[in-house]
Design a protein around this ligand. Sequence first.
Ligand code: CP
Length: 298
Amino acid sequence: MDLISIRDVDKKTIEEILDLAEKKEKVLKPHDLKKTNRVLATLFFEPSTRTKLSFQTAAVRDGLDYIDFLTETSSVKKGESFIDTIKTVMGYSDVLVVRHPKEGSARLAAAVSDKPVVNGGDGGNQHPTQTLIDLYTIRKYKGKIAGLNVTLMGDLKHARTMHSLVYALGMFGAHVTLMSPKGLEMSKETVEEVKKKFNAKVEVKTEFDVSNADVLYVCRIQAERFADPLEAKRVQEQFYISMDNLKGAKNDLIIMHPLPKVNEIAPEIDNSKYAKYFEQAHNGVPVRMAVIDYVLSH
Ligand code: CP
């Protein structure tokens, strides 16, 4: 199977992958790792730290090898097309992980590849393995997803992590609050789709308020998208997470972030009881081990 969009997978499949990730986490000890001759290819046409490295680690931990494709030293520099690149690399590997700035590129790769393709992020569209990590992390810390109040905060217009996650949260019965500055709201189409498809409770806010949240999921506010730098600064200050701004938050609130974070969270939060974003990034290994296993066997 391919994994291109969270819309392609049902709840049962997601739960199977999360359960498999739990098993993978338990056997993440070097002496338990099995050896095979399978190869994972990472093709990243955009920068990445977590997605690429955790997929490579997951491959090695699960007994696969990996090959890495770097655009700057590849024949893309001589004008080779994306499709020809995929058709070539599918002959060298058993599963391909693709990140590309263009929306729909992973779907295109899956259409031309005779090996499974996993979307490592396509433009502002989808990042399904990040969503699986997010669900895994929420389930791990909260024991459930259904009925939780999950607030998504930041640039909800452009963040692919948020577009994938809101859909899955609706599927799993979470109560979602979308909190973003004016102009950076999630598209009405996406919100309506989630509400209609899952009868989901979705609230929209343009002012900072985390009093009701069990999970606060933050992403970067992209100052470069504001015409007025002073307005960007004002919004950044209003949507800044500091210990002061968390007065009134629930005692067992957890804060998540897909990372990289820039200046939306005060450094003091990193060492607080609320911060779970580095654990979330570390959960990328067992979850991506489960994804590799799952797509190779379905
Ligand atoms: N969360 C995430 O996709 O991080 P990277 O861009 O570093 O892969």
